[in-house]
Design a protein around this ligand. Structure first.
Ligand code: NAI
Ligand code: A1CAB
Length: 276
């Protein structure tokens, strides 16, 4: 990214925000074009030290020079954080990018004073490694140029895909926003099982992480269906099929479907809960 990169303000410098600004800086986004605002001084100090970005405890100050404002606070406090920022947002008119689950564009628009270009973005924490996956939804005030710049920002930390319907953001949450945790759970369970078999935890961890990475790369790079790739590991009467039959008999598919449905349901409940 050149020095003509737009200025980005992050409101909230927690897990998700730091994954995005950390990923941006690691990918060459100029650190002096990123400012993070947060009440927790220690998080700002860490962000300054690790990534060299600018910081402030004053949210409105961060907005005063921003072209894009990424709001990354918990959904529960979004309204109380956003409402006092409406005057600063209305004066500057940046693109407001919310990464919050369960906060509708309508609520964001109302709390920020109306008529702002708003993007609902559903990223995930692998953004920190520039391996994030984001779903993006724009309201009618977002111009094509602003959409392109939003794509540039999120593509700097992974892949991003636009959705036409806002409700698809809840599907993106169930797939990729919350998705890393599903894979972490699977890896954690495999590492624990490996350790029980007597493999040192660190060795098990390295083997599992590389296996997950390799499997993901095969799905991404070969274009071969995941089911077919699975079948290619399952030699007839071999070892893998014993493991896969155990997963299938135990109802793993149904469990995954149920887990994702519950994740989606919670996003919808939150949207109702946090509508003023
Ligand atoms: N953690 C994840 O994997 C993902 C999170 N999200 C969304 O990101 C948002 C943030 O989640 P996390 O980063 O996980 O939470 P977090 O708790 O790590 O970060 C929130 C940050 O907001 C700060 N904050 C509190 N009051 C504030 C205020 N008045 N002004 C500015 N900052 C304030 C907190 O000190 C904290 O650092 C949520 O809305 C969540 O739905 C979206 C996708 C994935
Ligand atoms: O668990 C959550 O609510 C957030 C949204 C997606 C991932 N983490």
């Amino acid at each position: 990214m050149t020095t003509s990169a737009p200025t980005l303000a992050f409101i909230g410098a927690g897990n998700m925000a730091s994954s995005i600004f950390g990923g941006l800086v690691s990918n060459g986004w100029p650190a002096d074009k990123i400012i993070a605002a947060e009440p927790a001084r220690e998080k700002l100090d860490e962000a300054e030290q690790k990534f060299g970005i600018r910081t402030t405890t004053d949210n409105a100050e961060a907005i005063s020079e921003a072209d894009f404002v990424v709001i990354a606070v918990k959904p529960q406090i979004m309204q109380q954080v956003l409402k006092p920022l409406a005057p600063a947002l209305q004066e500057r008119k940046p693109v407001l990018i919310s990464v919050a689950a369960g906060i509708s564009e309508q609520s964001l628009s109302e709390w920020s004073g109306g008529n702002l270009p708003i993007v609902r973005c559903m990223p995930n924490t692998p953004a920190l490694m520039q391996q994030g996956a984001s779903g993006l939804y724009a309201n009618a005030h977002v111009s094509e140029e602003q959409k392109k710049l939003t794509t540039d920002i999120m593509n700097a930390v992974g892949i991003s895909l636009w959705v036409e319907r806002e409700e698809d953001i809840d599907n993106v949450i169930a797939l990729s926003g919350s998705g890393p945790a599903y894979f972490f759970l699977m890896m954690e369970a495999m590492i624990d099982a490996g350790e029980k078999m007597g493999v040192p935890r660190e060795t098990a961890s390295q083997l599992v992480a590389q296996t997950a990475l390799g499997a993901a790369m095969m799905v991404k790079e070969t274009g071969v269906d995941a089911g077919e790739l699975k079948r290619r590991v399952m030699s007839p009467k071999g070892t893998t099929e014993q493991a896969i039959f155990t997963f299938e008999d135990g109802g793993l598919r149904e469990l995954v479907e149920k887990a994702m449905a519950n994740c989606h349901k919670r996003a919808q409940e939150m949207t109702k809960e946090f509508t003023s």
